[in-house]
Design a protein. Structure first.
Length: 731
């Protein structure tokens, strides 16, 4: 790793706030930061907005928060900074771990300057410069409250001393109150990403370490602390997310003298970051979101993403991806027939998946040889691209630029281009190794190949895959860990490619949903949520992916009648109604679909086109349904004028009939017309015949939003693994 050289000094413009107590307020969130005493900043409050507080009230808040100096590891109280230090008496996880050839293992930073900036995006940024002269280190901390009420933190560490300072880890934290007694985080695996798990927030540390070299199926995702029993619509919650696509840590820690901390940062392999004088290391952003209920926590992430200038603005086109339709069986006739069928049902973007290049007829060869296969495509991709675009669809292409098959021309020519320990290659995974993009010549090769493809063909979209974990990943003969450098190189590759081809959209795919984080989404327009498109599994996967990212960047496809990953069979209404709540696509050999299936799919695609502006700009909501067999989720327009809900039966219920379901997020004072929404208005259940639900008619019912949220209506009795849609429009 070659750390970035930065000036050790330099202050941004802003208001000098050194030594004071700073209050930040935005969108119902308040943060109070104590800069007194010369030590690193301490967050006195992160949570609900406290209203405007004058200096006297802020000082009183600080005094009122000081504990009895009893039971601490040192005499007096221990003040825990956003970067905790053992020199302050804190014996939990340290903010900075590192040394200078065994020395300077512990720091005692002192604040030299603090500035409060107001950004054009509405954010308030507290920039703090601190130093430990004895350790030869300088630190710049940025704590930002966005206009949406998200807290973001980042640190930059600069070595000013002699020799090399080895950074083993740099962890930033945010405090949570003692009433946050329950934790939610996530685990998972391939085909079952982001599975929730709850634990008590007890004394000790809950440390989630991701060492996969990518964000990971089983990453903490969002680490949430909250009051006991918190759910989507109730209970105060605080959550953090580490925006990093490589190894990382998420931490929840509490002790008898520490009410609670949430934190996170990059997980560095030994020796990955070694700073010579003047060199700097910058942490990933740590995001924090607060709210009453998980929906409120998620909404801050969604609103912040949608406010970014690069966020996709145009309607999200319906995608047809060829993977589960043809796999590696590429030929022009087969794929033009598939394109014809896709266009006929309303598809707007046709994506050619793996198998178009080099010797790639299966997953064991050719990866890394990014030249169109003369065997599969003797006339190049031009005839297919012309056919697809002639049908009025965009053309997209699958690539996996970070990987290589050992059985490939590029690997045979450049065996030293693979991430490896000096004496051995890692064990293969999916017959793959990882291309070391930290090597300038490997980086240049991949950039040139992608640039050439995008220049030769009118490619509107890249499905950018990443199909293995980084195991034993080092920079070859240099003998140092390579995950940090690889992650930075991938970001740089995407940045340079997007600068060359600014109109091309990119999807982050990683064996499905293995790389879903806010930093990869700074450079991409979509995430592939999971390789599993079984609609039942997708109900949970999409629900919890949506805790962080909005629906318009979540790839959600309609698969064939029998799910390829599980073997389950579902009716088209359940498959399409599940995929509707995302960026809709189709992953199905439509040549095999009969006329009725094609007509029904076209109707669902027509609904998606009608409501995608609502789904992709509105507020995602989830009802807290008591019955574990049923879920209710939906999207409400920002102004409350329109809403679409899904009532989903995931299992059989102990209740018979189903009972009432409620619809959150509507304007409580307004009257709404609630009625079934075609084509999701067909009740597939035991009451679908002569046993009629009285209100289930095209006329529906008119009720106030408050009644729909608090009392609700009787739900239809559904067979398990079925859903229906309801529309609510304000009168």
């Amino acid at each position: 790793m070659t750390p970035r050289r930065t000036p050790a000094h330099g202050r941004p413009p802003g208001v000098d706030v050194g030594g004071s107590i700073v209050q930040l307020r935005a969108a119902g969130v308040g943060v109070v930061v104590d800069l007194g005493g010369g030590t690193l900043p301490r967050v006195l409050h992160w949570g609900a907005d406290l209203g405007p507080l004058d200096p006297g009230a802020l000082a009183a808040l600080r005094t009122g928060a000081r504990p009895t100096p009893l039971g601490f590891p040192v005499d007096g109280e221990v003040e825990i900074a956003v970067l905790p230090e053992q020199s302050a008496g804190y014996l939990g996880a340290p903010g900075l771990s590192g040394h200078r050839d065994g020395a300077d293992f512990s720091t005692a930073f002192r604040v030299a300057a603090a500035r409060l900036e107001h950004g054009s995006d509405g954010a308030q940024r507290l920039v703090v410069d601190a130093a430990d002269e004895h350790a030869g280190l300088e630190l710049r901390l940025v704590l930002e409250l966005t206009a949406q009420g998200l807290v973001r933190q980042q640190a930059r560490l600069t070595s000013t001393g002699r020799g090399v300072f080895t950074v083993d880890g740099l962890l930033l934290t945010l405090p949570v109150p003692a009433r946050a007694t329950e934790l939610l985080d996530f685990t998972g695996r391939h085909l079952r990403e982001r599975s929730p798990q709850r634990t008590a927030f007890t004394h000790g540390a809950r440390l989630r370490e991701n060492r996969r070299g990518r964000t990971g199926y089983d990453a903490a995702h969002v680490l949430v602390a909250g009051v006991a029993g918190f759910a989507h619509r109730h209970g105060e919650v605080w959550g953090v997310h580490v925006a990093w696509s490589g190894n990382h840590r998420s931490l929840a820690e509490r002790s008898h003298y520490n009410p609670g901390l949430l934190g996170g940062g990059e997980l560095l392999l030994p020796g990955e970051v070694r700073l010579t004088p003047g060199e700097s290391y910058t942490t990933p952003w740590l995001y924090g979101s607060h709210g009453h209920g998980l929906d409120a926590l998620a909404a801050r992430f969604h609103e912040w993403m949608r406010a970014r200038p690069q966020h996709p603005r145009r309607p999200r086109p319906v995608v047809a991806n060829t993977w589960e339709a043809v796999y590696f069986q590429h030929d022009l006739e087969r794929l033009t027939d598939l394109a014809d069928a896709a266009a006929a049902v309303g598809v707007e973007r046709f994506v050619l998946d793996d198998g178009w290049f080099g010797s790639r007829r299966d997953d064991s060869t050719g990866l890394g040889d990014w030249f169109v296969s003369a065997e599969a495509w003797p006339d190049g991709l031009g005839p297919l691209v012309e056919h697809v675009t002639g049908l009025g669809m965009e053309f997209g292409l699958w690539v996996e630029p970070e990987m290589v098959n050992p059985d490939s021309d590029v690997a045979r020519a450049h065996p030293d281009w693979m991430l490896r320990a000096p004496s051995r290659l890692p064990r293969e995974a999916r017959h793959q190794q990882v291309l070391d993009l930290g090597r300038p010549e490997a980086f240049a090769y991949i950039l040139e190949r992608l640039d050439a493809l995008l220049t030769e063909y009118p490619i509107a979209y890249l499905k950018w895959d990443h199909n293995r974990d980084l195991v034993d990943a080092g920079h070859g003969s240099r003998g140092v860990g390579g995950v940090h450098g690889q992650t930075r190189a991938v970001y740089r590759l995407l940045d340079e490619l997007r600068a060359l081809h600014p109109g091309v959209e990119v999807e982050s795919c990683s064996s499905g949903g293995g790389r879903v984080d806010l930093e990869i989404l700074e450079r991409t327009d979509r995430v592939w949520t999971s390789d599993c498109i079984d609609a039942l599994e997708r109900q949970q996967i999409q629900r919890w992916t949506n805790l962080l990212v909005p629906l318009e960047v979540m790839g959600a496809h309609v698969g064939s009648g029998s799910a390829h990953s599980t073997g389950r069979r579902h009716p088209l209404s359940f498959r399409a109604g599940t995929a509707l709540f995302g960026h809709l696509g189709v992953e199905w050999d439509l040549r095999e679909a009969d006329a009725d299936e094609r007509a029904e799919l076209a109707a669902w695609i027509g609904l998606y086109k009608e409501v995608r502006s609502l789904l992709h700009t509105g507020v995602a909501v989830h009802a807290d349904v008591a019955d574990p067999a049923y879920d209710v989720h939906g999207v409400v327009a920002q102004d409350g004028s329109d809403a679409l809900f899904a009532v989903v039966a995931t299992a059989t219920s102990a209740a018979y009939p189903t009972g009432r379901v409620t619809f959150p997020g509507l304007d409580p004072e307004a009257s709404y017309h609630l009625r079934p929404q075609a084509p999701g208005d067909v009740v597939d259940g035991v009451a679908s015949g002569s046993l009629v639900l009285p209100w289930w008619t095209p006329e529906g019912v008119w009720l106030p939003g408050r009644v729909l949220a608090e009392v609700g209506v009787e739900a239809p009795v559904l067979f398990p693994e079925r859903l229906v849609l309801l529309r609510a429009t304000r009168g």
